[in-house]
Design a protein around this ligand. Structure first.
Ligand code: UD1
Ligand code: MG
Length: 421
């Protein structure tokens, strides 16, 4: 059992909070290893773009402001942020010349940055608020000008290695492609998370050169510049759990982190009183609410702004998106989208409930029915093979098998009204 605390679930520990930081999230890279036309940070984990989780953790730590450096297909990232995190400030890095160049793109905002700048890559979805706070506190408590966050791993291949002197002081970071065979043996890696004084960062960022195997401006070089300056103090902070800072570079890592996060979401629901049979086959969005004693059967997917009240039986093979499901409702092998379902309904098998549908209590929608943007009042039944579209059906109505409400006359969509009884 995974005992890690992935901290989306735990409330911010306010006593621990120091505040006074700005965050810079680097998300301009193409993510070559994803082999995708979609920017890496928009690839989904548990129904949401991976950047959702990182920004969620950052915002819970209460930053002064958050800057996202975008580049490759920036209009798509911009659009997502506008709709979901509209307080974030997007900065465009015109050419992807390296991580230092990406940070330098934020320079024009220097005046509104807080004194501490937290720098994180956009591809670390499991970073928790608690760890962010620990990093900020570590910097403050040790009166540092900079912190470089590191992790220990048995498989350091591909990461920058942390070079230290015999007293454990950080000297520099060496990238995989620039490391010699001795340096490649080092198992302490750079996570690409840093917290640096605003003035130190912006004074040094332009001093970084691109003399390396990739001809890129590496942000990692700032570590050596700080460490070489007698007047500045830098230390490394090693995170307890490598998984929390593991980056997504390809789709295998994407799947690995998704699995970890889904396990945690399901475990939290089970601990709160929801039964999930064969949880490895059940996929639930982090924002979904499910009340006690509801049972989720195998191969079910519940996503978006959905809420399921108590004592329901969902699945097997149910798909519920952006819907409300009232107490005691049973949904078997059906797809429900954007609908409000009353209490003690029985739905399925194999029915399709489309957006805008509202049902009262004790409604039955049986096998192979399609209901679109319709109201069905309490105690009514649509038991077999019907299409009900743009209709209002009163209470105590029994719709015969294979009934169709013809809503479209070739010009207009018309409403069908069937009154009570
Ligand atoms: C980087 C670090 C490496 C560290 C690793 C941890 C450097 C030079 N190396 O390597 O030490 O171990 O992260 O995961 O920093 N980006 C931009 N603009 C650019 C280039 C990159 O915004 O011009 C963004 C990318 O979108 C990505 C992040 O910066 O989110 C890191 O870039 P990536 O190419 O993944 O660096 P790594 O090779 O992983
Ligand atoms: Mg990376």
């Amino acid at each position: 059992m995974d005992q890690r605390e992935v901290l989306y679930f735990k409330d911010n520990n306010k006593d621990n909070f120091i505040g006074g930081f700005s965050a810079v999230v680097l998300a301009a890279g193409k993510g070559k290893r994803m082999k995708s036309n979609l920017p890496k940070v928009l690839h989904k984990i548990c129904f949401k773009p991976m950047i959702f989780y990182l920004l969620n953790s950052i915002y819970k730590a209460n930053p002064k402001n958050v800057f996202i450096v975008v580049g490759f297909k920036n209009e798509l990232v911009y659009q997502y942020l506008e709709q979901n995190f509209n307080q974030a400030i997007c900065v465009v890095q015109e050419k992807q010349l390296g991580t230092a160049n990406a940070v330098a793109a934020t320079k024009e905002y220097k005046n509104i940055f807080a004194e501490n700048i937290l720098i994180v890559c956009g591809d670390v979805p499991l970073l928790s608020t608690e760890t962010i706070e620990k990093i900020l506190n570590f910097k403050k408590n040790n009166c540092l000008n900079a912190v470089v966050v590191t992790a220990q791993t048995d498989n350091p291949y591909g990461y920058g290695r942390v070079i230290k002197d015999e007293d454990g002081n950080v000297l520099k970071i060496v990238e995989e492609s620039d490391a010699n065979s001795e340096e490649k043996q080092i198992k302490e890696i750079n996570t690409s998370i840093y917290c640096i004084d605003k003035d130190v960062l912006f004074n040094l960022i332009d001093k970084i050169q691109s003399k390396n195997s990739q001809n890129e401006f590496y942000l990692t070089d700032i570590v050596e510049l700080i460490s070489n300056d007698e007047s500045l103090k830098i230390k490394s902070y090693k995170v307890d759990d490598f998984l929390e800072v593991e980056g997504v570079n390809d789709r295998v890592q994407l799947a690995k982190l998704e699995k970890l996060l889904q396990k945690k979401i399901n475990e939290n629901l089970m601990l709160s009183g929801v039964t999930i049979y064969y949880p490895e086959s059940v996929f639930i969005d982090i924002e979904v609410e499910i009340d006690k004693d509801t049972i989720i059967q195998p191969f079910s997917f519940i996503s978006g702004k959905s809420k399921i009240e108590k004592n329901c039986v969902i699945g097997p093979f149910a798909q519920i998106e952006d819907s409300f499901i009232g107490e005691g409702t049973v949904i078997n092998k059906s797809l429900i989208q954007g609908s409000t379902i009353g209490k003690y309904n029985v739905i399925g098998p194999t029915s399709y409930i489309r957006p805008g549908t509202i049902t009262g209590d004790n409604v039955k929608i049986g096998a192979c029915c399609e209901i679109k943007k319709s109201k069905i009042a309490s105690n009514s039944k649509v038991p077999h093979l019907s299409y009900i579209g743009d209709a209002e059906i009163g209470s105590n109505v029994n719709v015969g098998a294979a009934t169709v409400t013809c809503n479209y006359d070739g010009f207009f969509k018309n409403k069908t009204i069937i009154e009570d009884g």
